[in-house]
Design a protein around this ligand. Structure first.
Ligand SMILES: *Cc1c(COP(=O)(O)O)cnc(C)c1O
Length: 390
């Protein structure tokens, strides 16, 4: 029997070609839209590259192993293509419980579903487990008269983007399953190295592979992973029909990036933890949020649920949105850019996006800490913070 390898080994080992003399150690990139076939293709036979290609298989295998799904995941052209396909598991008119601070484009997708197919979004404070349970059962006081009854799908993001709230995945999954709802977790921030939602009881995991998994800010890619054969078949059908499929080169690049995930996550989160501690005492900083700080409201839950606190933190600068904008304009090493999870450190003011939730403070900066030398990161951030106070 094959021994289950630890995640830091899986990222290096999974998805390699079969070991035979003369075989390459890395999978080839196969540029072909179609395959020579039988009149009636056999099970698993490749027929057409929108339906399936060998270029996806190594990465799909690795992601399935990392999330402990027992079967390969499904690759998509972007995180949003994966998220849209997973959201399509909601029946017409079904209620969806979701964090009010989920990734803004996921909330837009949910809003579109509400407009087109009568889906009823129930946006909650995902850290308030009692409120989430009430929304799942459909007896919450906040629901409108037309929106009662149990939820069909529970959308989780933990930590949330950008507010870094932590959802209790095990407790919420148990409550969801009591009413027959499907639980989907966007695991982009934590990565499967730090958090494995399927092991906590969730049904489906989605990823923006663009971020930590690929890790070098050079590809857009997404994935869906589940243990459930039936859900997997439905999501695969959505992929084939919607056609948002990944290119062979992007899949290859992402797998190459994945090989160093364990090292990158380890270094980036050590940097993030150190910067969070120092920022707490900075005169230009109003507030710092990082799940690894003891004063984070869900620090204990994060400690129990995760194998590390990740490398995203947020800070609020004294002087409001104008000072926050001066900060992003005043950095030299940090990149003033959206996105996260790359080797390079990035900072952005989230409310510059019109779809960002209005409950996200105007002066809030989302900070994605990379793998540079922490002293260089600190020097640049410190000078930009001071300059922002002008
Ligand atoms: C970036 C991001 C997405 C969207 O992924 P894309 O690859 O940009 O489509 C979804 N969820 C979270 C948490 C993200 O950070």
């Amino acid at each position: 029997m094959k021994r289950r390898l630890r995640p830091a080994t899986v990222v290096v080992e999974a998805g390699r070609p079969v070991r035979t003399p003369g075989a390459p150690v890395n999978s080839p990139i196969v540029m072909s839209s179609t395959y020579v076939g039988h009149e009636q293709p056999g099970p698993g036979e490749l027929v057409y590259a929108r339906i399936g290609t060998e270029s996806w298989e190594p990465l799909e295998e690795a992601l399935g192993q990392l999330e402990n799904a027992g079967r390969p995941g499904l690759l998509f052209a972007s995180g949003m293509a994966a998220i849209s396909a997973a959201l399509d598991l909601t029946p017409v008119g079904g209620a969806v419980v979701a964090p009010r601070h989920a990734y803004h484009e996921s909330l837009v997708a949910l809003r579109h579903q509400a407009e087109r197919s009568g889906v009823r979004p129930r946006l909650v404070d995902i850290a308030d487990t009692a409120a989430v349970r009430a929304a799942i059962r459909g007896d919450g006081a906040d629901l409108g008269a037309a929106d009662t009854g149990p939820a069909a799908l529970v959308w989780l993001e933990t930590p949330t983007n950008p507010m870094l709230e932590i959802a209790d995945v095990a407790a919420i999954s148990a409550a969801a399953h009591e009413v027959g709802a499907i639980v989907v977790v966007d695991n982009t921030f934590a990565t499967p190295l730090l958090q494995r939602p399927l092991e906590l009881g969730a049904d489906v995991v989605v990823h923006s592979v663009t971020k930590y998994l690929a890790g070098h800010s050079d590809v857009i890619l997404g994935a869906v992973v589940t243990r459930d054969e039936n859900l997997l078949a439905r999501v695969r059908q959505r992929r084939t029909t919607a056609g948002g499929v990944a290119g062979p080169f992007e899949a290859w690049l992402a797998l190459r990036g994945l090989r160093t995930l364990a090292l990158r996550v380890e270094r980036a989160q050590a940097n993030a933890h150190e910067l969070a501690r120092r920022l707490q005492d900075h005169p230009a900083v109003l507030a710092v949020a990082y799940p690894g700080l003891p004063d984070h409201p869900q620090h204990e839950l994060a400690t129990n649920q995760m194998d590390g606190y990740g490398s995203i933190l947020t800070l609020r600068v004294r002087g409001g949105a104008a000072a926050a904008a001066r900060l992003t304009g005043g950095v030299h090493l940090w990149l003033p850019a959206t996105s996260l999870g790359g080797v390079e450190s990035m900072v952005e003011r989230r409310r510059r996006w019109p779809n960002e939730a209005p409950t996200v403070p105007e002066d809030l900066l989302r900070v994605s800490v990379g793998i540079e030398d922490v002293e260089d990161l600190w020097d640049d951030l410190d000078q930009a913070l001071r300059a922002s106070q002008a």
